[in-house]
Write a new protein. Structure first.
Length: 356
């Protein structure tokens, strides 16, 4: 099977690859074509976590082919990766809880999975009953050329309103597997002041595992007026980081892969890969909260800090932002522009395994 993601930037090559891998028939090889260098880190990392082997081959200068094929199934190690119950937090909802709320007229279910016809995957091929599709690429597409990591507030309001969404709605976000797409949508809506936002833990995988009902007919809501109330304390920019860099309570957290971190990171940034907050079996779920807090405390990540999370373009970091907020860390910001924005501005950075 061939997946061509040339011309697409982080996190979309990774998200689309994961969606295809979850449906890849036994014995078949997936060929991913990309011209986005960060994808050479993110795609193999996620492929390996799903039990696949991989190798990278150059196609021509600036373009690569990633060959991904099955290994033997990975079994979870006992102990650390397990937990007894799902989180009761309103920021995270289980498939069982969502099933009980399907008839709630005030609930809006947003499906943010990429649509991949070649894999018969995504919203048109089956979704949670009543869900509407939220195309993150279209929502976040800039109105024109420029370095801004987010569209204008008025444009976001127009696009969300066209979906029939209001700021007062209670929202549940469904992605493929409780990954960066869900985190990005949840962070964005919280930044815009959404009244209530939760992520379906385990995403579409959890819904299918439960045996939840599946709908294939598309849903459209009447257009609504979305009136955002942005919370600037949830967003970090390069200028804000530079202005606050000397504060002793400021903590920068890089959630990219180890290799990406070593190749260059913001001065003083600690490293914690985003996916290490998850237990992947039988589907991605939040790791036990006591284990997470202990790991973060060992790194010096505490609730007394104001934490700025970043990755390549703000999606993986949005996921970690959501987990931190889920666990009660009060002051967390997502640097939406992240590493790509920092480097484009020619700002100083550090190479190697140490923060500074």
């Amino acid at each position: 099977m061939i997946l061509d993601v040339r011309g697409e930037i982080c996190p979309y090559p990774m998200l689309k690859t994961v969606e295809v891998l979850r449906r890849l028939p036994p014995g078949e090889v997936l060929e991913v074509y990309t011209d986005h260098p960060p994808a050479l880190e993110t795609i193999p990392t996620q492929a390996a976590r799903l039990g696949f082997a991989w190798r990278i081959e150059p196609v021509r200068p600036g373009e690569w082919r990633i060959l991904i094929y099955r290994e033997e199934a990975i079994t979870p190690s006992p102990g650390e990766g397990t937990r007894e119950t799902s989180s009761p937090s309103p920021r995270l909802i289980s498939a069982e809880q969502l099933l009980q709320r399907l008839k709630d007229p005030m609930l809006r279910i947003l499906d943010v999975r990429p649509v991949l016809p070649e894999a018969a995957s995504g919203y048109p091929f089956g979704h949670v009953p009543g869900a509407i599709r939220l195309d993150l690429e279209a929502l976040l597409a800039p109105a024109g050329p420029g370095p801004e990591p987010l569209p204008s507030l008025s444009l976001l309001e127009t696009r969300l309103g066209a979906l029939g969404l209001r700021r007062e709605d209670a929202v549940v976000i469904v992605d493929s597997d409780f990954g960066p797409a869900a985190g990005l949508a949840a962070w964005l809506l919280e930044y815009l002041g959404q009244a209530s936002v939760a992520i379906l833990e385990g995403g579409w995988q959890a819904w299918l595992t439960l045996g939840g009902p599946v709908e294939r007919e598309g849903r459209l809501l009447p257009p609504a007026r979305y009136q955002a109330q942005p919370d600037p304390s949830r967003l970090a920019t390069a200028d804000w980081i530079l202005q606050n860099a000397s504060r002793p309570d400021l903590l920068l957290l890089d959630v990219r892969t180890r290799s990406e971190y070593i190749q260059g990171h913001l001065p003083g940034a600690l490293h914690f890969p985003w996916e290490e907050s998850l237990d992947l079996h039988p589907y991605p779920r939040l790791l036990r909260t006591d284990l997470l807090r202990a790991r973060w405390a060992a790194l010096g990540i505490g609730p007394e800090k104001e934490i700025v999370v970043y990755c390549e373009s703000g999606a993986r970091s949005a996921h970690t932002y959501w987990v931190l907020r889920l666990l009660g860390y009060p002051r967390v910001r997502n640097y939406k522009g992240s590493w790509s924005d920092w480097r484009s501005r020619g700002l100083p950075y550090v190479v190697g395994e140490t923060p500074a």
